[in-house]
Design a protein around this ligand. Structure first.
Ligand code: ARG
Length: 388
């Protein structure tokens, strides 16, 4: 595929001098021991081993427990996620050897497709993380440009409006500059952009069977289907670095199931996303001329209930925000019993509708940042303006 000029952003922050990396590695080993995943007498030898490897090579290879259990702790530490009740259920695919060299983009792509198929699991969505090659001092690891492995394109139109998802306008423009052409529908699945720092990015179209979607219908309103709304079956966050034990894994896509409000009360309804409430309200026959009729609120509720209904009908795992928040509070209590805090960002935990009807509303949270964790990457594509 023809690629146009791109400015390639290097992953510069590679804190892999033995010092800080050794301290973080040590913390991870101690934490695993404190949580009884490692016998106390194994701690010192393992730390010694890691130190020696760091001194000799500037990096080290984590064993499968460090990777698997450490990733669960990273999730548990993440303040943005309401689903942490299930942190012990996170499965990790070890892809550290897959396409470990620059130039293996095709192999990485195949592994990402396998990830999606495996997370989909016929509709019984899995909590699944795939961990690819870590960055090394001499060689940063690969990453993808996509915020999620499955996302819809957003095409900016001449009149300033957007066809598709406004969230991805910049990424869409970047892939178009790289030679990609979409169909021009509201729900064109974006290609994956895989890149090793210092190399040209490569584009890959996802095969259809790796992109399960759900068409949105309503339990009571037969007309709802005619709105043509749909969404992908589950999210797979792909723009976060897994920071674990002093190592950085720049490609670590994480799949989970949706909470219905993420789709109904955000993706399809935010005015800076698909902005579908006016259409829903109009078909419901609501008076949209004044805010005071609460047409937005009514439409929002029906759209969210349509999402829940449609995923249920399609046999795709999804949870509602009441259940999700109850589980979160149970998680919080469990964490406190284990002598730990529960880092959380209130605005990310309180659902987008009916916040005050859920148990998290009255609670206060501290979004404390601890390691290990998942940290968003900086945006990798060049800003549109200067590009010719
Ligand atoms: N809110 C994002 C989206 O709508 C997904 C974030 C992660 N959500 C999750 N249920 N794991 O696509």
């Amino acid at each position: 595929m023809k690629t146009s000029r791109v400015c390639i952003q290097q992953e510069t922050s590679l804190p892999l001098h033995a010092g800080p990396a050794a301290a973080e590695a040590e913390d991870l080993v101690l934490q695993l021991a404190a949580e009884e995943h490692l016998p106390p007498d194994a701690v010192k030898p393992r730390i010694g081993e890691i130190r020696a490897e760091l001194d000799a090579t500037g990096t080290y290879w984590q064993n499968s427990d460090e990777l698997r259990l450490g990733a669960r702790i990273a999730w548990r530490n993440n303040p943005q996620c309401i689903g942490k009740f299930y942190w012990k259920g996170l499965e990790t695919r070890d892809c550290r050897d897959v396409g470990a060299s620059p130039g293996d983009e095709g192999v990485v792509f195949e592994a990402l497709v396998d990830h999606l198929r495996s997370a989909w699991n016929g509709g019984k969505v899995r909590l699944l993380l795939s961990v690819f090659t870590p960055s090394r001092p001499d060689r940063p690891g690969p990453r993808v440009w996509n915020g999620q492995l499955i996302r819809y394109a957003g095409y900016r139109q001449h009149d300033g409006t957007v066809l598709g998802d406004p969230e991805t306008v910049d990424l869409t423009e970047a892939v178009v500059r790289l030679g990609w052409r979409g169909q021009g529908t509201e729900y064109d699945v974006l290609p994956l952009v895989i890149q090793w720092p210092g190399r040209e990015p490569r584009l890959f179209d996802l095969p259809q069977d790796a992109v399960p979607e759900v068409r949105i219908s309503h339990p009571d309103y037969a007309w709802f289907e005619q709105l043509g709304l749909r969404w992908h079956a589950f999210p797979t966050i792909s723009n976060q670095v897994l920071e674990l034990g002093g190592l950085r894994y720049p490609l670590a896509p994480f799949s989970a199931w949706y909470t219905c409000t993420e789709i109904g009360a955000r993706n399809l309804s935010d005015t800076n996303r698909y902005d579908k409430l006016p259409q829903v309200a109009q078909r419901m026959g609501l008076d949209t001329t004044r805010d005071r009729t609460l047409w937005r609120d009514r439409a929002l509720l029906e759209l969210t209930s349509a999402v829940l209904h449609s995923y249920d009908q399609a046999g795709v795992t999804i949870i509602d925000h009441h259940f999700a928040t109850k589980q979160f509070v149970r998680h919080e209590e469990r964490e406190h019993k284990s002598g730990r805090g529960c880092p959380a960002d209130w605005s990310a935990i309180v659902p987008a509708t009916s916040g005050s009807t859920t148990p998290v509303w009255q609670r206060r949270y501290e979004p404390t940042r601890t390691l290990p964790n998942f940290t968003p990457h900086p945006v990798p594509w060049p800003s549109g303006g200067g590009e010719g």
